[in-house]
Ligand binder design. Sequence first.
Ligand code: IVH
Length: 700
Amino acid sequence: MNAKDSSAPLAMTPAQAAREWQRLADAIRHHDALYYQQDAPEISDAEYDVLRRRLEALEKHFPELQAPDSPTQKVGAAPLEKFAKVKHSVPMLSLNNAMSEEEVREWDERVRTFFKPPLEDVDYVCELKIDGVSFSARYEDGVLVLGVTRGDGESGEVITENLKTIPRFPHRLRGYGWPRVLEVRGEIFMKRQDFVELNLQRIKNEEPAFANPRNAAAGSLRQLDSEITRQRKLSYFAYGWGEVSDDVDIGNYHLGFLAKLQNWGFDLVPHGVELAVAVNLEGALAYYLEQQSKRDAGDIQYDIDGMVYKVDRLDWQERLGTVGRAPRWAIAHKFPAEQAVTIVEGIDIQVGRTGTLTPVARLKPITVGGVVVSNATLHNEDEIARKDVRVGDTVVVQRAGDVIPQIVSADAAKRPKQAQPYRFPDHCPVCGSLAVREEGEVARRCTGGLQCKAQLVERLKHFVARGAMDIEGLGEKQIEAFWQDGLIQNVADIFDLPDKADEIASREGWGKKSVENLLAAIEKSRDAPLHKFIFALGIRHIGDITAKLLARHYGSFAAWLAAMRQLPEGGAAAEELDRIDGIGPKVVAALADFFREPHNQDVIQLLAAKLRIADAPAVSVDSSVSGKTVVFTGSLAKMSRAEAKARAESLGAKVAGSVSANTDFVIAGEDAGSKLKKARELGVKILSEEEWLEMIATDK
Ligand code: IVH
């Protein structure tokens, strides 16, 4: 090939041109893939340029050839191999849900009684809850410098260029008076109409359709090539903020700051017709009903799954603080699930990582609230019996947001004559071990432990998942395949995968680059924070919040392990664990069961040799009470018990429910009783409420 080719005379018929175009476009795509994805170019840059110029020349002469997916429509810049990750300067929180009016009333009550004296009426900002994906956009000196996805809330992926492709998304702040640093947060979504059009196009191109607008938005945002994002017609709304440098007074009202965001050029999440005012609980509930009927009537152009209520006063937001990953000052009031009718074609049993057998109905596919559903959970054996769901039945299914679809009821009148009541298996369908139901439990569980393939593989999947060891590039599919072929048998084997790099590279679907990425991800995960490690083990009842409590309490891997090993004998170790606020007998029993199994202890030993498990910072803050264990008793005059506890915890103290020799302080209010007595007996330091407040007065 020589440079002349690109300027060869274009004396050809349109049909010849079309054939030539196809040949060139295919060749360029092929070389793009070799260059960008496999790092293995076959031609020189100069030769590649000739192909591109020839294609451009063809399209200039025959403009009808210029398809949106033509290689000429892509910017020359190399698509990134992978998204860069950054830590959020202020974590991106999620929301607690209220499924009913009653739950909203309870939340409002908790908000009001958090203060002492309790507040009579709280003004809430009410917003639509958009069913999309959240973003954070950072502006420095008025210029958009960084866009990030939510990720796990602590850190997310850099999507700056993709954000910039969204129509109306400000690249620069408008107006004046903005802070030097401003992080705006909100939701990216796809309007229903844009979603339908995108899917039609994809089906035409023989590409898989997206399941719902939310997935389409997420998939479009996570494109390494921002030109693809640009073609996807995304929309956005802003609803909050992260870091704001303190050269601007954000005022004391949520709505006030939102109004500023609007002046600086952002489209805000709808607050109702002209709702630029906060309303009390009754107002919020009325607004909810109004929006729900609009949604049901199809008057809203995008998916919403509820309303969000936020305490308007920012000083109250600050005092209420957060618990786990969600603020106490906001709640999502979900809309009822959308329903549809279909037929049960079969009932399968799935075995989870702790052995729970979950019945799943295989359904004749049906659209529920815009999403195609073909499976629904039946929860457990009692649930099937109670609803009397049988194979062949006509059933009502419902789905709400991301929750697994459920079966609401079966229509006995439409039942085929031969349909038999479902008999729940008493043996594990995967390994054949006995499946038992413990006293007081609803779940039947496989007793096969790690003999059971299903449990083992589910545990492996959980171990590498986001929030656990978070090993990118090792998803469910890869775990299944590696397990199947004997590359990994237990979680510790994952860290020996680097020795098998060649074997992996020779597998279907793996290239040099993807193996390198996997090895890098494994290497990175060796530095695991203690809480993620504990969570990753997949112990029954140990979710991420409990794992954090454990990590914080024991501080180091060694201390935690030493205590856990003594658990099966009960005694002091079990008592200490039980005393941690937020941990109850179920967790104690689950940990004891886990550590009773020699196999589990062996795996932990193996892992310990391969990982560098970081100590949990015993205290996150530098304050006079950090790391101390305190117990509140009696009635406090200035703060509710909830606020006292929240404040102590935010200063790094551990708040315990009962007094022991390990307690550092007991704060005794009016009418303190047995706990005060116990503190006196044990010689624990006792403080009055005033003394306590004085002690923490200078702490922030
Ligand atoms: S506020 C501190 N407001 O819902 C509170 N979130 O279920 C952080 N969402 O991760 C969120 N619409 O992606 C807020 N008006 C709205 C929202 C909204 C949608 C999403 C957001 C969040 C998720 C939590």
